[in-house]
Design a protein around this ligand. Structure first.
Ligand code: SAM
Ligand code: SF4
Length: 318
């Protein structure tokens, strides 16, 4: 079991398998970065899996694969299956924009994936095009539908922005409710990579909008989850994530691995250590030592700064 020096148990690994993305979301990566990490610098699945085995052996019980857009990495089902075959009861999840999901959802499910989060910010094709700078809505909806059909548990992540999709809070709620998908409204987090014109919408406004039509009650918060969940009168559960208000750090159980092999103890903390050399040299003892050092030195609080956030969401996977 991995416990950091503030007594937090670290049992959740998020792996960003690529920073590349086929969308250019206004709040994340409105422009193609100056350069991508060259493909030859990325750890391959066998190398990433060597680290995954260390993490599982040390007590990680939950793994989420993210990006950039993780489905841009070929044969992701192969990597998922490696993890599943190593430990079948791992809580194995994926966050995707959904664009490429339709044709691979079944393969992912069969390989051992249990849960999926898709990002859905609008139900209007022209707004989806405005946000992602690409005509994406049909594919995203079809991908989400297929994930449900093949039996994956699905949640939707939604970022509400002023004058873009703030008139769709209820439509998105009702759409997800009709499909029994949990929607989570994530407050927009300002960052230096996003389009500077974007303005977020506060959670109070979102809750007030929903309450005009539906009565709901707070559900007791799971201490490690960033989301606060609510249940409405029909038993439908939805969530909100308020990064500016909540102190996620106190109960943070996460560690992040980038496609290049950087182990990041905190989303908003520049320090990271690389496991790349030790993994490439098959030096499992050294990679384990680095992992334990990163956990031990996990900062108590993040150093969140809107202007100077040097790590992009698409690099760390959010
Ligand atoms: N490409 C995948 C996707 O879009 O789901 C996975 C990576 S994306 C970085 C992970 C999540 O981060 C998405 O749900 C996205 O909405 C969220 N995200 C990205 N930028 C954000 C921002 N500035 N504020 C809040 N959430 C953000
Ligand atoms: Fe790509 Fe996801 Fe970022 Fe949108 S939020 S640009 S889909 S990584």
């Amino acid at each position: 079991m991995l416990i950091d020096k503030y007594g937090r148990q670290i049992d959740y690994l998020r792996i960003s398998v690529t920073e590349r993305c086929n969308f250019r979301c206004q709040y994340c990566m409105p422009e193609k970065p100056f350069s991508w990490v060259p493909r030859e610098n990325l750890l391959n699945y066998e190398e990433l899996f060597k680290f995954v085995k260390i993490a599982i052996d040390e007590g990680v019980t939950k793994i989420r694969i993210t990006g950039g857009e993780p489905l841009l990495r070929e044969h992701l089902d192969r990597f998922i299956n490696m993890i599943y075959n190593y430990k079948q009861d791992i809580d194995l999840a994926l966050t995707t924009n959904g664009f490429l999901l339709k044709s691979v959802a079944k393969k992912l499910k069969d390989s051992g994936l249990k849960r999926i989060n898709t990002s859905l910010d609008t139900l209007k094709p022209e707004v989806a095009k405005q946000i992602a700078q690409k005509d994406v809505l049909t594919e995203v909806l079809e991908g989400t539908e297929e994930a449900l059909r093949v039996g994956l548990k699905v949640k939707v992540n939604t970022v509400i922005m002023k004058n873009i999709n703030d008139d769709e809070i209820l439509d998105l709620y009702e759409f997800c409710k009709s499909k029994n998908i949990t929607i989570r409204y994530i407050e927009y987090m300002k960052n230096s990579f996003a389009n500077s014109d974007i303005k977020g919408v506060k959670t109070e406004y979102i809750l007030k909008t929903i309450s005009q039509k539906y009565k709901f009650k707070k559900i007791e918060k799971d201490s490690c989850s960033p989301a606060q969940y609510y249940k409405d009168k029909n038993g439908y559960i939805f969530g909100v994530i308020e990064p500016y208000k909540d102190d996620f750090c106190k109960t943070c159980n996460r560690i992040r691995l980038t496609a290049e092999g950087h182990l990041i103890p905190c989303l908003y903390f520049d320090e990271a250590m690389s496991i790349k050399e030790s993994i490439k040299a098959n030096d499992i003892n050294r990679a384990t030592e680095i992992f334990k050092e990163v956990v031990a030195n996990k900062p108590e609080k993040n150093r969140w700064s809107e202007e100077s956030s040097s790590r992009a969401f698409f690099e760390t996977g959010g």
